[in-house]
Design a protein around this ligand. Structure first.
Ligand code: DAV
Length: 377
């Protein structure tokens, strides 16, 4: 039995030796009720646009089996694993500005909780259905706050998410655009969010100690980046975008594996000028392997690139989805011990191994891995 009083909040990057992690749960997850932030349309699986309801029970059970198994694998390696407390996600939630007819779930802690050093930050999110999701993590955060006198508990300003936070008729218009037009708008970061208030998702932030790489996306606006820059004023916050029409989260796009090595998504090319910081510091930028699947799982809003949504246990050990043989082989050749983890059935519930976790304690301190900085970046 681990001594519960020994909670240590300390995590600066994505690769230092992992000692304590939160792993999400699939219980009660909903295909959420319609909202301005996102549009789902799965007519082939019983959820055409506008329809909402629980994910089928057998899908939920399969996902939970894989999540529990993942937790066991981590525990067998001496890592402490905590789990969130699901609430009734089918309930209507409201604020003075809006009513949202359902919530979502609590599978991906990475979307809600951002951990840097001894600080645990409840993020803003940009979906009304996920506005109250932080409540699922409150029992844990209260416990950490009590057990770790150094834990710094923070929450970003709760966004109003009133109608003005979203561009009017964005999705309706988006559907009529040709691919090139969508690409052009993406290049201008012209997505659903306006800039009236800061909004960001922790999974759009890649942590490299002193440096944070943030991806503005469909769930992170520039005001959100600005807020992060001011909040983490001891850090250097850099903005990267990739060639992608509707980006959601950086953790299947630009993934640090260990000091000096970052994996990039061959389907989402980076802007060469933005990769300079890594080049001048002699980092190797490696193209990811071909994903095992050609299409996403049913009822999944994630892409096939979850293949590279890996979780590092330390600079030499890495968890990869068990069907992603090419990705495993590549990482093996790069010198990693690869732990295959069956996780495909979890993907409809909000992501892969990285999404499904929030690392509370990794050994190590805040280091400067990119000491040569690039002007205006
Ligand atoms: O490529 O679908 C998934 C990452 C979710 N945290 C993607 C992004």
């Amino acid at each position: 039995m681990q001594d519960r009083k020994k909670t240590v909040t300390n995590s600066w990057n994505g690769w230092d030796p992992l000692k304590h992690v939160i792993v999400g749960r699939a219980d009660g997850t909903m295909v959420q009720a319609p909202e301005l932030a996102i549009e789902q349309d799965w007519p082939d699986y019983g959820f055409p646009r506008g329809k909402y309801g629980h994910y089928p029970k057998e899908m939920e059970e399969k996902a939970n089996e894989q999540l529990d198994n993942f937790a066991k694998i981590l525990e067998s390696r001496g890592i402490r694993v905590d789990r969130p407390t699901p609430i009734d996600f089918s309930q209507t939630v409201k604020t003075p500005d809006w009513n949202q007819e359902s919530m979502f779930g609590c599978m991906p802690p990475r979307d809600i909780i951002f951990i840097l050093g001894n600080q645990i930050l409840e993020s803003t999110g940009s979906y009304r259905s996920r506005w109250f999701e932080y409540l699922c993590y409150r029992p844990l955060l209260e416990q950490y706050f009590e057990e770790d006198p150094n834990m710094r508990w923070e929450a970003a300003p709760k966004p109003r998410l009133a109608d003005l936070t979203y561009k009017k008729n964005f999705w309706k218009e988006w559907r009529t655009l040709r691919k090139e037009e969508q690409m052009e708008r993406a290049k201008n970061r012209d997505w659903v969010l306006t800039e009236v208030e800061p909004v960001f998702a922790p999974a759009d932030i890649a942590r490299f100690g002193k440096d944070l790489i943030v991806q503005p996306s469909t769930v992170t606006n520039m005001a959100g980046v600005d807020w992060l820059r001011r909040h983490f004023s001891e850090h250097r916050v850099h903005v990267m975008n990739f060639k992608e029409t509707l980006p959601v989260h950086i953790d299947a796009t630009w993934v640090p594996l260990r000091p000096g090595l970052v994996l990039y998504n061959v389907g989402r090319p980076f802007v060469p000028a933005q990769a300079k910081l890594f080049e001048v510091n002699d980092w190797e930028i490696v193209e990811c392997a071909t994903p095992a699947h050609e299409v996403s799982a049913p009822l999944s809003f994630c892409s096939i690139w979850l293949a590279m949504n890996v979780l590092s246990l330390d600079p030499k050990t890495i968890c990869v989805e068990a069907q992603e043989t090419a990705q495993m082989e590549q990482l093996n050749k790069l010198g990693f011990e690869v732990i295959p983890v069956p996780f495909w059935d979890v993907s409809p519930f909000g992501g892969g191994l990285h999404c499904a976790t929030a690392d509370v304690y990794r050994e190590g301190s805040c280091e400067d891995y990119l000491p040569k900085q690039v002007k205006d970046f």
